[in-house]
Write a protein that binds this ligand. Structure first.
Ligand SMILES: Nc1ncnc2c1ncn2[C@@H]1O[C@H](COP(=O)(O)OP(=O)(O)OP(=O)(O)O)[C@@H](O)[C@H]1O
Ligand SMILES: [Mg+2]
Length: 258
């Protein structure tokens, strides 16, 4: 608990057969900060998040969440919330029942659960559909329910894998506001996304993963500043530059970070 880092990893790796999905990843995410995890399709973002959320066993290395090693799955799971790429929902339940079920698993007192569920349903414009079965929900409605269940129990650390995926502009804004509020309450948010303005606005630190490797890391403002000239470029420019396949073996796309 003495560590200022809510998420720490050392040499965290995942191999699938001979394929390396995540390569010796070192992370140190400050408590209460928002970490924007970027990278092209297939870079290893979801694999990393699944290892940190204790759902996938690493091939090597170690990690700790809120000071607890990920090998202590039960304790880590108590402290985290997780939105996967496809939210796990029971189609036969209504949205409200689904959230009540999750609140029960998380041992939230009934009255607090009711208050928080009502509040979040309203916040995500899902209150009118709360008593319909999840099987009738649109993609975005399922995503909203998934986000609510990830943060319902006020976890210390929240992993959001592409939270704005499938959301309309209003809901996407709500997600951004919710992430801001979480950080203000000292919740650590680890967020993967392809929507660069989201991390530009919210992230204290951005990490760019490329072929399983962290190729750039730092505050968005710092990454956008060109070291040589001092002028500013967009985060998209940075992303494209550091995730370019090198033509020559020597031209590795690594940039110095930190
Ligand atoms: N179960 C699996 N078996 C084999 N290879 C896998 C498996 N899961 C992921 N991979 C591989 O690991 C690599 C990283 O995948 P991952 O899903 O972590 O990428 P990602 O960064 O989340 O991409 P996206 O932006 O498309 O969500 C890819 O090359 C993928 O093919
Ligand atoms: Mg992914």
């Amino acid at each position: 608990m003495s560590s200022p880092f809510a998420i720490e990893s050392t040499d965290l790796s995942k191999r699938y057969g001979s394929e390396v999905a995540v390569e010796r990843l070192d992370l140190a995410v400050r408590q209460g900060s928002v970490y924007g995890f970027l990278g092209p399709n297939g870079a290893g973002k979801t694999t990393t998040i699944r290892m940190l959320a204790t759902l996938l066993r690493p091939s090597g290395g170690e990690a700790a969440i809120d000071g607890v090693p990920i090998t202590d799955r039960d304790t880590v799971r108590e402290r985290i919330g997780y939105l996967p790429e496809t939210p796990p929902l029971y189609p036969e339940l209504t949205g409200r029942e689904q959230l009540q079920y999750v609140a029960g698993l998380r041992d939230l007192p009934d009255d607090e659960a009711t208050r928080r569920i009502d509040d979040l349903l309203a916040r995500f414009d899902l209150d009118e559909d709360a008593d319909k079965r999840v099987s009738t929900y649109s993609k975005g409605m399922k995503q909203k329910a998934g986000i609510i269940q990830a943060i319902l129990h006020r976890p210390r650390v929240v992993f959001l894998d592409e939270p704005t995926s499938g959301l309309d502009p209003r809901a996407a804004r709500t997600v951004r506001e919710v992430i801001s509020d979480l950080a203000a309450e000292e919740t650590t948010v680890f967020l993967s996304t392809h929507i660069l303005p989201v991390v530009d606005e919210l992230a204290d630190t951005v990490g760019v993963l490329f072929n399983g490797d962290l190729v750039a890391e730092g505050p968005p403002q710092k990454l956008k500043q060109r070291a040589e000239t001092g002028d500013e470029r967009s985060l998209e420019d940075v992303f494209l530059e550091v995730t370019q396949e090198a033509d020559l073996p020597e031209q590795a796309a690594h940039t110095e970070s930190r």
